[in-house]
Design a protein around this ligand. Structure first.
Ligand code: HEM
Ligand SMILES: *[C@@H]1O[C@H](CO)[C@@H](O)[C@H](O)[C@H]1NC(C)=O
Ligand SMILES: *[C@@H]1O[C@H](CO)[C@@H](O)[C@H](O)[C@H]1NC(C)=O
Length: 357
């Protein structure tokens, strides 16, 4: 009996998820269902990403630089064994790249006479990390396959590699992105969701990129690794709703622990793990913690408490089933990685990821 019920629940969930998840171009995930489908995209008005055909494909460097992924992985292994948090920092870099004029390595550019670096935006400043690791990967790739592997693809490869090395899923990764010749400080300030977002806000930011509520919940699962600064969750501890009260959805003992890391005044750059039970391991404890009121950011906890669409159910399902989470994370990463890539003769392959050629 019990297994019948389980089967039924699983099927319902599969129907729910497959109807709305996958609308990017390539069959992306080795062992996932619902691959070649395509399907809707959720009727979002003019999504930037999530197209049927992005122009990217996994074998893009098969002839021109077959060692590309091995080179990326060898640098990652060294960097992450030296500092496990680096995996989280690199995963986040790809996200902050893709949400600003697409996955085009704009996030890596330093200031230029004609544009300002995205590194100075509110979400990025004193926050983004890992640029030196990307530089090291780039210089190794330039030695082996000069002017071939784009910085945008390096970010995508590093995000996948970091996920794998932290214990998370592997997936087939479409490649062939080219690098932009400009950055957008504005775009960075406008398109990256703030940590105190409401659920409706979060969904709006994601829909603008052609991503849906399943992508929102699965990609938020990246917060199973890494750290956040006190300044990003202080509002929840002392004045969540302008009434000088803590966020009522924050579990009591966790609240007290957080106050010691993040005092009412000062301590803004003190850091706390996004997933306090296993901050270096890519697993589904992030969702389990949310289930018990221990999500660190408002944007984490509202996936459950916000009660919009299926997000609450998805948090529960991902907390119950790490395989399901891994599948969806992989699918949504491919979808995020397909946001408005530059292809063909547009853009360039930078020789140094920090500046245009
Ligand atoms: C849903 C909306 C999201 C919001 C509001 C958000 C916000 C944040 C914030 C505020 C931090 C801490 C930054 C700091 O203290 O300097 C952070 C860290 C992080 N974010 Fe997100 N994030 C979101 C989605 C994502 C996505 C989609 C990914 C990747 C797929 C991601 C990956 C990470 C990782 C891995 C870290 C830890 C970085 C480190 O330790 O260096 N986040 N995020
Ligand atoms: C950047 O933002 C400023 C102020 O919000 C605005 O005046 C300007 O047009 C924006 N530029 C771009 C390229 O979006
Ligand atoms: C989020 O934080 C910003 C900056 O501190 C603040 O201006 C804004 O009102 C906050 N939004 C919400 C919904 O609390």
């Amino acid at each position: 009996m019990a297994s019948f019920k389980l089967l039924y629940t699983t099927l319902t969930l599969l129907a729910l998820l497959s109807s709305s998840t996958f609308c990017s171009g390539f069959p992306s995930f080795h062992f996932g269902w619902g691959n070649g489908g395509g399907g809707g995209g959720g009727g979002v008005s003019r999504p930037i990403g999530g197209r049927k055909y992005s122009g990217l494909f996994p074998g893009f460097y098969s002839h021109t630089c077959p060692q590309a992924n091995d080179i990326v992985m060898s640098v990652l292994e060294k960097a992450i064994s030296k500092e496990p948090r680096m995996a989280a920092s690199l995963l986040r870099l790809h996200f902050h790249d893709c949400f600003v004029q697409g996955c085009d390595a704009s996030v890596l550019l330093d200031d230029h006479p004609t544009f300002k670096s995205e590194k100075k935006s509110v979400p990025n400043k004193n926050s983004l990390r890992g640029f030196e690791v990307i530089d090291e990967i780039k210089s190794k790739l330039e030695q082996t396959c000069p002017e071939t592997v784009s910085c945008a693809d390096i970010l995508a490869l590093a995000a996948r590699g970091s996920t794998i090395l932290s214990g998370g899923p592997n997936w087939e990764l479409p490649l062939g992105r080219r690098d932009s010749k400009k950055a957008s400080l504005n775009g960075s300030n406008k398109n990256i969701p703030p940590p105190n977002s409401t659920i409706q806000n979060l969904l709006t930011f994601f829909q603008r990129q052609g991503l849906n509520e399943v992508d929102l919940v699965s990609l938020s699962g990246a917060h199973t690794i890494g750290m956040a600064r006190c300044t990003t969750f202080k509002q929840r501890l002392y004045n969540q709703n302008g009434n000088n009260q803590p966020d009522s959805t924050l579990e009591r003992s966790y609240y007290h622990d957080l106050k010691s890391v993040c005092p009412k005044t000062g301590g803004d750059s003190n850091i706390s793990p996004l997933d306090r039970t296993s901050p270096m391991t890519f697993d589904n404890t992030y969702f389990k913690l949310i289930m018990s009121g221990k999500g660190l950011l408002t944007s984490d906890q509202v996936l459950l408490s916000g009660n919009l669409g299926k997000t609450m159910e998805l948090v529960k399902h991902f907390a119950d089933d790490h395989v399901l989470f891994f599948r969806h994370f992989a699918q949504s990463m491919v979808k995020m990685g397909n946001i408005s890539p530059i292809t063909g003769y547009k853009g360039e392959v930078r020789k140094n990821c920090r500046r245009v050629n």
